[in-house]
Design a protein around this ligand. Structure first.
Ligand code: AMP
Ligand code: MG
Length: 427
């Protein structure tokens, strides 16, 4: 049965192809204040409004001068001084030096800056002469960042599709953007299903559990820069599911949690089929998350993004929380990134070294994603060490909450030894 299912690689490549198609369609744009732009996606290139740096600047406190003159160690007359913030000055006379602070414009005629630590002045409080201490020499260009070497006025510094975080905000500020054009965030309907679920505010009766997937998925959607839209929980019956799917019609992406396994009350697939779904796969050879469903629903609304795409993607995520989290990261996140207009679609993997867990045997025919903790804080020179988080299966939320990544155990892996370099899936 399961050999008919796609492998992880096959399913991932299908989703990646699909995401690449979605990426060709640009979402609508809106303008937001720079302070509101964190986590959003650039809708137009970010351009330099002037040369960067705008003038040749000193990277040190010291004396601007001519390298050739300074390297003879002769006394140079101090002809003037520039502080950061002062307009470029000069020109520098012959056989002279110019006192300069870090970040200040280098006067015309100077081609290097002697560091304050490397010179001697003539000793007077208002010394008028300075020389480079032998045997040190200076080269032209030393301690200077020339005007325009980072960017020329009008250069595109970041393309549309770049995710905006602290560094992009700093660059935008440096280039004079008080507001940015960003893509409108896709709206993601989150539909938890299950007769056993109660909201977090309620005390569960015997046999009931709290709905943790809806807030978890909402957090994952927000972290991906999209807008979560949590629908009321649907019961395990056709009527409730049909009504909930109709309600979700306006979303840009639909995430259903639960009800996609082979159980008697797993009624999500038939409900999606009644809504006109085309299924790309109904199961993947992974663990956790094997019952994952991916497909498209016909568009029945005037939502502009959906209309452009012609269809709306959905995922049926298995209800077990670890399964929901893993399948979101592996498959839903790239589609969401594409709908958000991002260039980087993910998922993101890295390498780590296995510290413990030699008992990790591969499971024939399944790629596994096991909750793990990677010590990213270890020395920068070392490969981060990975420990598996002990867990009691895909319902173990505490294990999920103690993990910061997932160990990837390939289908063909027989045994992962201590010290092995392994792949990890990043959240
Ligand atoms: P299902 O995929 O519906 O068969 O659910 C598999 C397991 O996940 C069951 O033990 C469910 O109780 C649990 N589960 C399903 N949905 C949720 C949810 N929204 N929050 C927490 N656990 C859930
Ligand atoms: Mg269920």
């Amino acid at each position: 049965m399961s050999s008919a299912l796609p492998s992880y690689e096959q399913a991932a490549s299908l989703v990646a192809t699909y995401a690449a198609q979605l990426s060709r369609l640009r979402p609508p744009a809106e303008r937001v204040e720079l302070a509101q732009a964190n986590g959003r996606v650039l809708a137009s290139p970010l351009c330099a409004d002037r040369d960067q740096p705008p003038f040749s600047r000193s990277t040190r406190d010291g004396f601007a001068c001519r390298a050739q003159e300074a390297s003879t160690h002769r006394q140079l007359t101090i002809a003037g001084a520039s502080r950061a913030g002062e307009s470029p000055s000069g020109p520098l006379p012959r056989a002279a030096a110019w006192e300069i602070m870090t970040g200040a414009p280098v006067p015309a005629g100077a081609d290097t800056v002697m560091m304050i630590e490397h010179v001697e002045t003539d000793g007077a409080p208002d010394s008028s002469r300075v020389r480079l201490l032998p045997p040190r020499k200076v080269k032209p260009g030393e301690n200077i960042v020339a005007q325009g070497v980072q960017a020329r006025q009008g250069d595109a510094l970041l393309p549309a599709g770049t995710a905006i975080h602290f560094a992009q905000i700093a660059l935008a500020a440096a280039c004079g953007y008080s507001a940015l054009d960003v893509f409108v965030r896709p709206r993601v309907a989150i539909l938890a299903t299950g007769d056993e679920l109660v909201p977090v505010e309620c005390a569960p009766a015997p046999g009931q559990i709290r709905n943790s997937n809806a807030p978890m998925l909402a957090a994952m959607v927000s972290a991906a820069g999209a807008e979560p839209w949590v629908l009321p929980t649907a019961a395990d019956n056709a009527q409730s599911l049909d009504a909930a799917l109709a309600q979700a019609a306006d979303a840009d992406l639909l995430l259903v949690s639960g009800g996609v396994s082979a159980g008697k009350f797993d009624l999500v697939e038939p409900a999606l089929a009644r809504a006109g779904a085309r299924f790309h796969f109904t199961g993947v050879r992974i663990q956790p998350g094997k019952p994952l469903v991916f497909g498209e629903l016909p568009v029945r609304t005037v939502n502009p993004l959906q209309k452009e795409h012609g269809t709306k993607c959905f995922f049926g995520l298995p209800g077990n929380p670890v399964s929901s989290a893993v399948t979101f990261l592996l498959f839903a996140a790239p589609i969401l990134a594409a709908l958000s207009g991002r260039l980087d679609l993910g998922p993101h993997f890295a390498l780590a070294q296995l510290a413990k867990g030699t008992d990790q045997h591969g499971k024939p025919g399944l790629t596994r994603f096991l909750p793990a903790h990677c010590d990213f804080a270890a020395s920068a020179a070392e490969i981060p060490e990975l420990e598996l988080v002990p867990w009691q299966g895909s319902g173990d939320l505490a294990a999920l909450a103690r993990s910061n990544c997932f160990l990837v155990v390939p289908e063909e892996a027989h045994r992962l030894e201590v010290g092995a370099i392994v792949r990890i899936l990043l959240p």
